[in-house]
Design a protein. Structure first.
Length: 412
């Protein structure tokens, strides 16, 4: 009988390696290396000139912080800008005789200060013209022209020899208007100003009614003449503006220490219409109509003083937080001293600058060539690994063929 076939078994054993996340810590890692502390290395340049330069610069910066920021700049104070409120009342009257068309008229405070209910402003009339007008076709003195095309085409207006458009308009009934010169220099304006600093003192309200001040004889009531003389840089006389009027800004400026209960404003006034480059726009005036019937009216042309009233202020208080903030911010300037000293050391010390440069800077190798060489080595190693893998595969195939051949021989 033939020999029983012998069966040989081959087993392939694989090593299973457990993969770990990339962020997993190595148990063999040195804790001192893992939790190491990094600090800067300091180079001590032994040069008296550089040392004196750095000390002088630091001293100058410290003097600026102490005197410029803290003392002169009041860095120990916290400030708040705030708008105030204004309340205005007027008192007075006037009687005048017309210098044009004959007439005598009494003017009450409401007529002199028309229009009322302005927000923070008041107008006081010094001169008033009253024109009696009716609808008709006449020269419109508000429309100048050089030809008929410049007039209203729809109403068939034409240009007259005097250079005005003749078309439907409000025509003056009398050749001269009523002209009243109002003596309102002593017209009284009562002004109340108040302010509140919400952030610094939310419960404190400062007002001109809170108390009197000897330096301000008119805390509440001012005449028109008083306000004009307060104008800076040049006081304004009432007689200068009585004919054309003026625009004046009066500002109540509060400088309050919110730790105190009493505070009074400074009053600044200036004329805002005295534009010498355009003399035609000096003064202040406006017009408004009073209708008698549908075709007849009175046109009032007023010149006067337009007073713009403003109330603003600045509150202050001692604040440790503000002092620390400004001092710490200004102290950052101390870093300029070593920067300037480094520039002097590296640029202005001749041959020694090269030695200082070598001490200050440590030049690293050219890592661009190193990385290229490293990539080339990795590529070469990969090629070798591929070749070795091919050789191993060839050897394995040969061994399998020999083993298969041996099995066949054993069968026979």
């Amino acid at each position: 009988g033939g020999a029983a076939p012998a069966c040989n078994a081959a087993y392939l054993i694989l090593d299973v390696v457990e993969e770990r996340p990339a962020f997993a810590l190595d148990r063999n890692e040195d804790p001192d290396r893992l939790l190491s502390y990094s600090t800067k290395q300091q180079v001590n340049i032994q040069d008296r000139y550089l040392g004196l330069t750095t000390l002088c610069l630091q001293l100058l910066i410290l003097l600026y912080i102490i005197f410029g920021v803290v003392i002169l700049g009041k860095g120990y104070l916290e400030f708040e800008e705030a708008p105030g409120a204004i309340a205005v009342h007027v008192r007075g009257d006037a009687a005048a005789v017309s210098s044009g068309r004959p007439g005598t008229r009494y003017f009450s405070a409401e007529e002199i200060s028309y229009p009322g209910l302005e927000n923070g402003n008041v107008f006081v009339a010094t001169r008033q013209k009253i024109y009696r007008q009716k609808r008709g076709i006449c020269e419109d003195l508000t429309m100048t022209c050089n030809s008929d095309e410049e007039c209203t085409i729809a109403s068939q207006g034409r240009c007259t020899e005097r250079g005005y458009c003749e078309e439907p308009s409000w025509c003056n009934i009398d050749p001269t208007p009523e002209i009243y010169e109002l003596e309102v220099g002593n017209f009284e304006i009562w002004i109340k100003s108040s302010i509140q600093f919400i952030r610094l003192a939310p419960t404190q309200v400062y007002s001109t009614e809170a108390g009197e001040n000897d330096k301000l004889p008119h805390v509440h009531a001012y005449s028109v003449r008083d306000l004009l003389t307060m104008c800076q840089p040049t006081p304004v006389r009432y007689e200068e503006i009585s004919e054309l009027g003026a625009a004046v800004e009066v500002q109540f400026f509060w400088k309050c220490n919110v730790a105190e209960d009493h505070c009074m404003p400074e009053i600044h006034a200036r004329r805002v219409d005295d534009d010498l480059s355009d003399p035609n726009n000096i003064g202040y005036s406006f017009s408004y109509p009073e209708y008698i019937t549908e075709d007849e009216r009175l046109l009032n042309e007023l010149h006067g003083v337009r007073i713009f009233l403003r109330s603003v202020g600045q509150g202050r208080k001692v604040s440790v937080t503000a002092f620390i903030m400004k001092a710490s911010t200004a102290s950052a300037l101390l870093s300029l001293a070593p920067i300037i000293a480094d520039l002097l050391m590296l640029k202005l010390f001749g041959l020694r600058s090269k030695k200082y440069f070598a001490r200050k800077y440590e030049l690293s190798p050219d890592f661009s060539d190193y990385m290229e060489n490293l990539k080339a080595k990795k590529a070469e190693a990969q090629i070798r690994a591929d070749l070795l893998e091919e050789d191993d595969d060839q050897e394995l195939r040969e061994r399998e063929l020999d083993w298969q051949k041996q099995l066949d021989e054993d069968d026979y």
